[in-house]
Write a protein that binds this ligand. Structure first.
Ligand SMILES: Cc1cc2nc3c(=O)[nH]c(=O)nc-3n(C[C@H](O)[C@H](O)[C@H](O)COP(=O)(O)O)c2cc1C
Length: 322
């Protein structure tokens, strides 16, 4: 097996560079995935706005949305100088807008197309994409469909498959329901690892704790966590120690101090305060003082600035009443 992995899942409106930076202060080894960026956005838009990140974020992955070999290759050529550790193709998103563009999960129906994209990107840029997909879609719920997808795509050179262990319904369920209604089928992902032992297989979906991640790692190379990292970022503070045996154990006050220094650097560059404070809201969620912390951050946003003592003065451990 390759080195075990824990990853923060790509999430639109969530895993921007600021949340990723916060997660990096909490865990040094977790691989951080960006929000999905569409090929044309990189080719025609303000690439730096979507691609800039802090050097501390490594290992960091960019997620690309594309259905077209030529556009994918051009977009990766644009992104390449930024030095991402991995570029991942989104073959899992069922949102109507993404479906309309012909990319996301509907690409699972045409693994040959995915393979073409992977080959075009490799020929043009030398970058070997990874792929994030589902265990199936619509009427294609059997393991043979999944295994064929992986086989065809692996033949184009993909080595890393991140599998959201649910199938997607392209009609009748909105994206949110598509993350809760179809049942989790991690056993299918485990079977993939048995059938394709040479590939790096990462399991995703519904993993809420380090114990659940550890349980996955008995079967696959890695686990990816989305909502449970956004909802409870501090829950992952033990990740480096538990998964990789590191001595490093982050201290929440030190994390806040470092995040605050980062926040001021970004503010000076014109990043809005709201975008910088948003990742912090859940840092004490479910703990004594957690609600008060959120209220204090809300008040700071209404005032348009942090209070004199900074974030540390607002933190529950500073003695703020619960
Ligand atoms: C708000 C939100 C946005 C998401 N955006 C993306 C995305 O841009 N690309 C992608 O591949 N998956 C996206 N996902 C799916 C997650 O990456 C992940 O596969 C899914 O949430 C299941 O993992 P979890 O149960 O650990 O959250 C998104 C999920 C959420 C909740």
């Amino acid at each position: 097996m390759s080195e075990r992995r824990l990853s923060l899942a790509p999430m639109m409106e969530r895993t921007d560079r600021h949340f990723r930076f916060l997660m990096r202060l909490i865990t040094r080894r977790t691989r951080l995935y960006s929000e999905m960026v569409v090929d044309r956005t990189l080719i025609h838009g303000d690439a730096a706005r979507h691609l800039d990140y802090h050097p501390a974020e490594h290992p960091v992955a960019l997620q690309l949305g594309s259905a077209d070999p030529g556009l994918a290759a051009r977009a990766v050529a644009v992104a390449r100088p930024w030095g991402y550790d991995e570029i991942n193709l989104n073959v899992g998103c069922p949102s109507p807008r993404v479906q309309a563009g012909g990319f996301g999960v509907v690409l699972m129906r045409t693994p040959e197309r995915v393979a073409e994209i992977v080959r075009a990107v490799y020929e043009e840029t030398g970058v070997r994409l990874s792929v994030k997909h589902r265990v199936g879609l619509d009427e294609h719920g059997d393991y043979a469909f999944l295994a064929r997808f992986v086989e065809v795509v692996a033949a184009s050179g993909v080595r890393v498959f991140v599998v959201h262990a649910r199938k997607a319904w392209t009609e009748g369920l909105d994206p949110k329901a598509n993350r809760t209604v179809p049942p989790l089928e991690h056993a299918k992902v485990h079977r993939l690892k048995r059938d394709f032992p040479e590939l790096t297989i990462v399991s995703n979906g519904g993993l809420a704790s380090l114990d659940e991640v550890t349980a996955q790692l008995a079967y696959v190379d890695g686990a990816m966590v989305g909502r449970a990292m956004w909802d409870r970022p501090w829950r992952w503070a033990a990740a480096d120690r538990v998964l990789w045996g590191d001595a490093h154990a982050p201290d929440r006050r030190a994390v806040l101090e470092r995040y605050e220094a980062y926040l001021h650097e970004r503010l000076a560059e014109g990043v809005p305060l709201r975008a910088l404070v948003r990742p912090l809201f859940n840092l004490y969620k479910g703990e004594r003082g957690g609600r008060r912390w959120r209220q204090a951050l809300d008040a700071a946003l209404r005032a348009g600035r942090l209070p004199g003592g900074g974030l540390a003065a607002l933190a529950p451990e500073a003695g703020a009443p619960a």
